[in-house]
Design a protein around this ligand. Structure first.
Ligand code: LLP
Length: 422
C-alpha cells in the first residue's frame, strides 16, 4: 500500500491532489508520502520482531533518498542510517539520528571521512579491504580512539537483477572473501585502534528471489560460528539491504514476512544483534516524480513522442539501468490507450523514459506521475543541461511542505566563480 490513489478522478498523495502540488511548486517535482515511509519502516520493524529478530538495528540506506525530511520521518520511528560518505553522515545527524545508530560503509572512505566518523562516534565502520582496515586503525590511533568495526564479506553469490547494481560476486569491488574475513578479524582483534564487533554483507539491490540471500546468509552464519569457535567476540551480524519492490509489470519481490521468516530459520539459535540496511523497500513506493506534458509530437513515420518537462537528470534510472517505472496520468482522460515513446527535453537519445508504452490518451499540459520513484530518484538527480535541481515535496495527511526548493538560476550561477584570468 502506498497512499498514491485516485480520489475524485485524480491522483492524490494521501489527502493532497497532485495537481495542487504541481500548481504551487511547478514541475518536475518529487512528491513523497510520509504515511508510506512510516508504514514501510514499521512493517519491516514489526515483521522482523514478530519473527523473533528483536532489537535489530534497521539502518536505512541514506543513498536511496537522502532528503533530511525523509531521514527525520524515519529517524523519529527509531531508524538508524547506513551511510557511505561524510555528506550522508552529516545528513543523518542533521535529521537527529543518533550516532549510535549510524553505520559507515563504502569501498573508498577517505582519511578525512574516517576521522569525521570517529569523532562523531558512529556505531560501526564497515571495513571493505585490508588497506582500509590499516587506514581506520591508524586514523583512530591518531585520534586516540578505538573504532568499532565490522568486516564486510563478499559472499560470492549471484543475486540476479541488473549487473550495475549487483554487488555480491567475487568479481565485484565490494568486501573480502570468507577466508580473508577470518584473517582480517583476527588481525583486527590485535590492533589498538579498532575493535571488531561483527561481520556484514550486502549482495545487491532490487533482489526479487530469496534464494541467493538465503545462500549468503547461511554462509554468514557459518562465518560467525567459526569466528566464535576461534575465540572471537562477534556481537553483530549486518545482513545488508537489497530486498526488491514491486515496480508494476516487473517480477514481484517476496513479502517482508517471507524475508523475515527465512532469516529467522537460517539464524535459529544464533544469539546476535542483527542489522539491516534497507533503502529501496522503504523509499521507492513512497515517492513519485510529477511531470507535465509539453508536447505530443506525432511523426509522419509513425512514432508518437510524449515530450515531458522531466528528463534523465531528474530521474536517471531508465537511462542508466533500463529501469521500468509505471507512468500514470494524474487526471486520466477517457478513451482507448495510445502508444507513446516518453522522452525528456535533454539533447541525447538516452533521455528516453520508455518506448512503445500504451498509456491513456494525453494532451499537452496534462500531468503524469512516475510511480515508485522515491528511491534512487532525487538522490541521483543532477543539473545536466543546466536544468535546476528538481525540487522535493513531503506530504502528510492534508498538508504538504517543500522540503527542497527548486534553485533559482541565480542560485545555480552563484555557485561558480570566474577564473582570475577570465
Ligand atoms: N547497503 C549497501 C552496502 C548498499 O550498497 C546498498 C545499495 C544498500 C545497503 C541499499 O540497498 P537497497 O535496499 O536499496 O536495495 N541506484 C541503483 C541502486 C544502487 C544500490 C546500491 N547499493 C538503482 O537505482 O537501482
Amino acid at each position: 500500500m502506498n497512499h498514491f490513489e485516485l480520489s475524485g478522478g485524480e491522483l492524490a498523495c494521501e489527502d493532497v491532489p497532485l495537481t495542487r502540488i504541481a500548481d504551487a511548486v511547478g514541475t518536475p517535482v518529487y512528491v513523497y508520502s510520509s504515511a508510506t515511509l512510516e508504514r514501510h519502516y514499521t512493517v519491516l520493524r514489526d515483521t522482523l520482531a514478530g519473527a523473533g529478530l528483536k532489537d535489530s538495528l534497521i539502518a536505512y540506506a541514506v543513498k536511496a533518498n537522502s532528503n533530511v525530511a525523509v531521514l527525520k520521518t524515519l529517524g523519529r520511528l527509531g531508524a538508524g542510517a547506513d551511510t557511505v560518505s561524510e555528506g550522508e553522515i552529516r545528513r543523518a545527524l542533521a535529521a537527529g539520528i543518533p550516532p549510535g545508530r549510524i553505520v559507515f560503509s563504502g569501498v573508498g572512505k577517505t582519511t578525512a571521512e574516517i576521522a569525521f566518523a570517529l569523532e562523531t562516534g558512529v556505531a560501526e565502520i564497515n571495513i571493505e579491504s585490508e588497506p582500509e582496515l590499516d587506514l581506520v586503525n591508524a586514523t583512530a590511533q591518531g585520534l586516540s580512539r578505538r573504532a568499532e568495526i565490522a568486516i564486510r564479506v563478499n559472499p560470492d553469490v549471484e543475486a540476479g537483477g541488473h549487473a550495475k547494481i549487483s554487488t555480491g560476486k567475487a568479481e565485484n569491488k565490494f568486501g573480502v572473501s570468507f577466508d580473508e574475513a577470518e584473517r582480517l578479524y583476527a588481525k583486527a582483534a590485535n590492533l589498538a585502534g579498532v575493535r571488531p564487533v561483527g561481520v556484514a554483507c550486502h549482495i545487491g539491490s532490487q533482489i526479487t528471489d530469496l534464494a541467493p540471500m538465503e545462500a549468503a546468509f547461511v554462509k554468514m552464519r557459518g562465518l560467525v560460528e567459526r569466528l566464535r569457535s576461534e575465540g572471537h567476540t562477534v556481537e553483530r551480524l549486518d545482513l545488508g539491504g537489497g530486498l526488491g519492490v514491486p515496480y508494476f509489470n516487473q517480477p514481484t519481490p517476496p513479502e517482508p514476512d517471507a524475508y523475515a521468516a527465512m532469516i529467522a530459520r537460517v539464524m535459529r539459535g544464533l544469539d546476535i544483534q542483527f542489522a539491516f540496511e534497507p533503502g529501496r523497500m522503504i523509499a521507492a513506493n513512497a515517492g513519485v516524480l510529477l511531470a507535465r506534458v509539453l508536447h505530443v509530437n506525432e511523426r509522419p513515420e509513425g512514432r508518437r513522442f510524449l515530450v515531458l518537462d522531466a528528463a534523465m537528470n531528474d530521474l536517471v534510472r531508465p537511462a542508466m539501468y533500463d529501469a521500468y517505472h509505471d507512468i500514470r496520468p494524474v487526471k486520466p482522460r477517457p478513451g482507448e490507450p495510445v502508444v507513446y515513446d516518453v522522452v525528456g527535453p535533454i539533447c541525447e537519445t538516452g533521455d528516453t523514459f520508455t518506448r512503445d508504452r500504451a498509456l491513456p490518451p494525453l494532451e499537452a499540459g496534462d500531468l503524469v506521475a512516475f510511480m515508485s520513484a522515491g528511491a534512487y530518484g532525487a538522490s541521483m538527480s543532477s543539473e545536466y543541461n543546466s536544468r535546476p535541481l528538481v525540487p522535493e515535496v513531503m506530504v502528510k495527511g492534508a498538508d504538504f511542505a517543500v522540503v527542497r526548493p527548486r534553485p533559482t538560476y541565480e542560485d545555480m550561477l552563484a555557485r561558480e566563480q570566474p577564473a582570475p584570468w577570465l
